[in-house]
Design a protein around this ligand. Structure first.
Ligand code: SF4
Ligand code: MG
Length: 277
């Protein structure tokens, strides 16, 4: 009898060495994602990683699965089209705060409300890292480290969890790059959830925001039960400090594809057949 092949997290890493700065939070997200794939027993050829542009969007190159490193802000558009066409695949979209909440903000809103069954990991370091440290939609108002905003951007930062909730996301969690084991658990749960699952990850940019190493003093795991009521969740997300981690909101809603149909339906095969007819 042939023994089942048991894969380890390192087996899900590609031969491409990450070029992220030493100490960048995205290393921890990569490690957590490979741990989650082991935990779920995901086959490499059943899984697709899709991203936009930015430091964090390099991640699909570092995973040994199918992947698509797209254009700026369009990762979710590609990921949704892919999942509709190939519902048999597990689709994980990812990117940073600039990619996902600025140029990709509209795709983010509509992915939340469409509730297509995929996972979106937003690695938020409150800065455009790849283009050398400009203010992003989540930068604090008084962050004055960039010459382009010498007195700080002066704008209220985007609240990703609150916006995801109001746009209709049924599953919302927050992770932290300093706690990769918790993040691996959250990613596993997100990938298993039938519907759009959004993980907001506090992922430090050590190079342009070295002060983010202080996050470890203020990040705290939620001790509360996961909220399932919209009104309660709205109060939570508008009042919170943005530093609590864990699964914060979950509500079962009809999604595409319906879970029972997911393995059978294949829109590309149907389309190809109709074109041949
Ligand atoms: Fe990470 Fe910042 Fe370096 Fe980009 S610039 S790799 S986000 S530490
Ligand atoms: Mg960023």
């Amino acid at each position: 009898m042939t023994e089942a092949l048991v894969l380890k997290p390192k087996d899900y890493k590609s031969r491409v060495t990450p070029i992220w700065c030493p100490g960048c939070g995205h290393h921890a997200v990569l490690n957590a994602l490979t741990k989650a794939m082991v935990a779920l027993g995901k086959n490499k050829d059943e899984t697709v990683m899709v991203s936009g542009i930015g430091c964090s969007s390099r991640l699909p190159a570092y995973i040994d699965s199918y992947g698509f490193h797209g254009v700026h802000g369009r990762g979710l558009a590609v990921a949704q089209g892919l999942k509709v066409a190939r519902p048999d695949l597990t689709v994980v979209a990812m990117g940073g705060d600039g990619d996902g909440f600025s140029i990709g903000g509209n795709h983010f809103l509509h992915a939340c409300r469409r509730n297509i069954d995929l996972t979106y990991i937003a690695m938020d370091n409150e800065v455009y890292g790849m283009t050398k440290g400009q203010a992003s939609p989540t930068t604090p108002m008084d962050w004055d480290h960039s010459k382009l905003t010498p007195h700080g951007p002066g704008l209220r930062p985007f609240k990703p969890a609150a916006i995801a909730l109001s746009a209709g996301a049924p599953w919302i969690a927050r992770g932290y790059s300093g706690n990769p084991n918790q993040m691996a658990k959250l990613i596993s749960e997100a990938m298993e959830f039938p519907g759009f699952s959004f993980i907001h990850v506090l992922s430090q940019c050590i190079t342009y925001c070295p002060e983010q190493t202080d996050w470890k003093q203020v990040v705290h795991e939620t001790e509360a039960e996961v909220v399932t009521d919209m009104a309660q969740a709205a109060t939570l997300f508008l009042a919170e400090d943005g530093m609590q981690t864990g699964l914060l909101f979950r509500q079962q809603r009809p999604c595409w594809p319906p879970p029972a149909q997911a393995p059978q339906h294949n829109a590309i095969a149907v389309l190809a057949k109709s074109l041949r007819a």
